[in-house]
Design a protein around this ligand. Structure first.
Ligand code: ACO
Length: 316
């Protein structure tokens, strides 16, 4: 049986930091309100001359540096993003060009904050079928480019960055299972309305309170689905590496898992919500800080626009 295993992780955060104190200067908000309602203290903001593919490329280089493979051995590139450089070609093709590796397939996945889980799920299938051996999976987003900084309920949440993993074929698990879902009827609760209509805004609109409740309930269900699919108990999970949207959502999922918060990798305070980048950024932090160790069992989960949601259970 072929499994896919995380060979290496990498990340990149842009230099500029936007703190809650900075936001206090332009918005009717306070550091206390933001920290108590979201857990966020600061977020990184992409430079004017930077692009999503620049961030994705730097995260990929960081992962390659820690890996056992050469760039030329990568046989598929998948980038999860909601903020591609261009309408086309894909951000994955731009990353491929920057890495100077030719001919392997490269494509983007759009599932907003669940994008990385979707990309991981697809990559896992390519490896399990024997079609590919070394896949570069990236989550990268420049959410500041689609945020209205006069809207206090959105401006406080979003940040920019990129995280990457290299998945390699092995004979031992690896990725134990992935689970992905979507429910398109909730489209208007969290969206960027413009699409093909130039008269509409091209910044995020969100019914925050409703999204919050849906996220908590849905993540409860995906935890059960993942544990049942693997015949595991809550106590078998060593680490929760969740999508970083709101500390109160993370606390609710940890409570569902009967897991103390020191077993949850939290980067939200420093990164904000970086959409598809948030899980690989948190994973890289968990690995490089020495928290996550080889052989441990990790549950990743995400919920985002669509609505989309998903999970991945991994033996690291
Ligand atoms: N500062 C001060 N007051 C604020 C701010 C702010 N930055 N933002 C909103 N408020 C006010 C509102 O105007 C409202 O005032 P009112 O009662 O006078 O009308 C009051 O605070 C309460 O507003 P709520 O929206 O009910 O506040 P809530 O506690 O729900 O927090 C928040 C808002 C932080 C957006 C929260 O709903 C949330 O995090 N939702 C989930 C968002 C999320 O996770 N989205 C992404 C998931 S999917 C993805 O990642 C793409």
């Amino acid at each position: 049986m072929i499994y896919s295993k995380i060979n290496a992780t990498g990340s990149y955060l842009p230099e500029r930091i936007l703190s809650n104190k900075d936001l206090e200067k332009s918005l009717d908000t306070t550091d206390e309100w933001i920290v108590s309602r979201t857990g966020i203290k600061e977020r990184h903001i992409i430079g004017d001359d930077e692009t999503t593919s620049d961030m994705a490329y730097k995260a990929a280089l960081d992962a390659l540096k820690s890996s056992t493979i050469n760039p030329s051995e990568i046989d598929l590139i998948i980038v999860a993003t909601t903020t591609p450089d261009k309408v086309f070609p894909s951000t994955a093709c731009s990353v491929q060009n920057k890495l100077n590796i030719g001919e392997c397939p490269a494509f983007d996945i759009q599932a907003v904050c669940s994008g990385f889980i979707y990309a991981l799920s697809i990559a896992d299938k390519f490896i399990k079928t024997g079609a590919k051996k070394n896949i570069l999976v990236i989550g990268a987003d420049a959410m500041s480019r689609i945020t209205d900084y006069t809207d206090r309920s959105n401006a406080i949440l979003w940040g920019d960055g990129a995280g990457a993993v290299i998945l390699t074929a092995t004979d031992k698990p690896g990725i134990l299972s992935t689970h992905i879902h979507s429910e398109g009827k909730y489209e208007s609760m969290l969206h960027v309305p413009r699409s093909n209509n130039p008269s509409k805004k091209d910044t995020i609109e969100m019914q925050g309170n409703q999204v919050f409740k849906m996220a908590v309930n849905t993540l409860d269900r995906i935890v059960d689905e993942t544990l049942n699919a693997n015949n595991l108990m809550k106590s078998d999970i060593d680490w929760l590496v969740p999508h970083q949207a709101n500390i109160r959502i993370l606390e609710a999922t940890a409570k569902k898992l009967e897991m103390p918060m020191d077993k949850v990798v939290v980067t939200l305070d420093k990164h904000g919500n970086t959409s598809a980048a948030s899980i690989p950024l948190a994973l890289d932090y968990g690995v490089k800080s020495g928290k996550i160790k080889s052989g441990e069992t990790i549950l990743m989960e995400a919920f985002g626009g669509g609505f989309t949601w998903g999970s991945a259970l991994i033996k690291y």
